[in-house]
Design a protein around this ligand. Sequence first.
Ligand code: UDP
Ligand code: MG
Length: 140
Amino acid sequence: MANTLGIIKPDGVRRKLAGKIISKIEDSGLVVRGIKILRLSKGQAEKFYAVHEGKPFYSTLVEFMTSGPIIVMVLGGHGSIEKWRELMGATDPAKAKYNTIRREYGTSIEKNVVHGSDGPETAKTEVAFFFREDEILPKE
Ligand code: UDP
Ligand code: MG
């Protein structure tokens, strides 16, 4: 019953998709255990995406992720990591399955509306990047 990190990226917040995305999250059985809206500094975005440092899309990704407010969420419930990745869809919206968030709302491989941790280890470090333990609702 591990938690995972979800982010509504600046394109999603700017386009007022947050309500629709959170509805999909709750309808899927995932539980929102923590949520906040904030704007990343350049340093924070660089650190969060450090695994991609050196890749051709790194600097534009950092620029995009700092371009406006984001909504960060702790998502829990059975199989939350896989469930959230499934609901988001593939990185490239054009290749994502129908009825996924990225397929429905993504406009490019970069502006793909949402982020999700890719495994148990990253979920732990990414949740801790944004939330203290006492900011997360306990599992019921
Ligand atoms: N990204 C990009 N160009 C690429 C690959 C990725 O701009 O060719 C961006 C995109 O916003 C993606 C993020 O970098 O969500 C992180 O990439 P990753 O491969 O980890 O994809 P994800 O785990 O988000 O599906
Ligand atoms: Mg990733």
